[in-house]
Design a protein. Structure first.
Length: 282
């Protein structure tokens, strides 16, 4: 008689796959109790092809010990427990630093992310987040519920001897690189602003001084014009007075002849002037 205390033999890979397919069908059906594990094997379901795609089962592996309890759709909640400690995955690594490029005309905001990661010195990972994305987006699991995708990807990573903390650490490193690059751009923007504002202030002062000098030059030119016109008009008045005196002195001796002395100027002959004094006598 078999010993009742003897532990149950470990389930084979095929048994676990059938149970996972049953869970997937149950989740797609809204958790209906009518789904039977026995029907999953004949459906050629997505998880069987999924595991065959990611994990190549060889004869030696078929009898390998497996967990007694198959994964449940609640596994993603368990995996998220790693969230609070993700910062510790790279806690001992140096923070990435980027040097500010000098005199570049390139648009640094459009720099490709792979170049940023490379400059940050992010080393190759056994499984980076891009590979993780490829696993999640593979057509084999594209239509599966997220919880099933997580279970399948964890199995695929386990088959390669990789824990899910590896792509998580890669994502944290990339995030730190992006933050460092953003910090460099912010420091560069502040530096450019301070330098250019000082230059703008200097140019503004120079422009104001230049305008003051040119305004003074224009005022001097206008003053010179005004002074020249004043002198011309002032002399015109003095000349008219003198011409009148001269004409009066010789008039008695002309015996009715026309006085040759002209008094005043024709209209417009003097800037701003007008006809003044008597015209020559006829």
């Amino acid at each position: 008689m078999a010993d009742k205390k003897q532990p149950s033999p470990p389930k084979s890979t095929d048994e676990i796959l059938r149970e996972m397919e049953a869970m997937a069908q149950g989740e797609r059906a809204g958790g209906s109790s009518s789904d039977k594990p026995g029907d999953a094997g004949s459906s050629g379901g997505g998880l069987k092809s999924l595991i065959d795609f990611f994990v190549k089962v060889v004869p030696d592996e078929s009898e390998a010990p497996m967990p007694n309890k198959p994964p449940t759709p609640k596994a993603p909640t368990t995996q998220r427990q790693a969230g609070p400690r993700v910062g510790d995955l790279v806690a001992g690594e140096e923070t990435p630093k980027f040097s500010t490029p000098a005199g570049t005309a390139d648009d640094l905001s459009q720099k490709p992310f792979p170049e940023i990661y490379e400059e940050a010195g992010i080393a190759d990972s056994k499984c980076n987040v891009d590979e993780l994305a490829a696993l999640m987006e593979n057509p084999t699991v594209a239509n599966q519920p997220l919880s099933v995708k997580v279970i399948a990807v964890n199995l695929a990573l386990s088959a390669k001897g990789i824990g899910h903390d590896v792509p998580i650490a890669d994502a944290v490193r990339r995030d730190r690189a992006l933050d460092a690059y953003q910090s460099m751009l912010a420091d560069r923007a502040r530096s450019v602003e301070q330098r250019n504002l000082a230059k703008i202030q200097q140019l503004t002062h120079e422009t104001e001084e230049y305008l003051k000098r040119k305004q003074a030059e224009m005022d001097a030119l206008r003053t010179e014009i005004s002074e020249a016109n004043r002198q011309s008009l002032d002399f015109s008045l003095r000349r008219e007075t003198e011409e009148k005196r001269l004409a009066s002195l010789i008039t008695p001796f002309l015996e009715g002849a026309v006085n040759p002395v002209t008094v005043g100027n024709p209209v417009g002959s003097i800037p701003g002037g007008s006809e003044t004094g008597p015209k020559p006598k006829a």
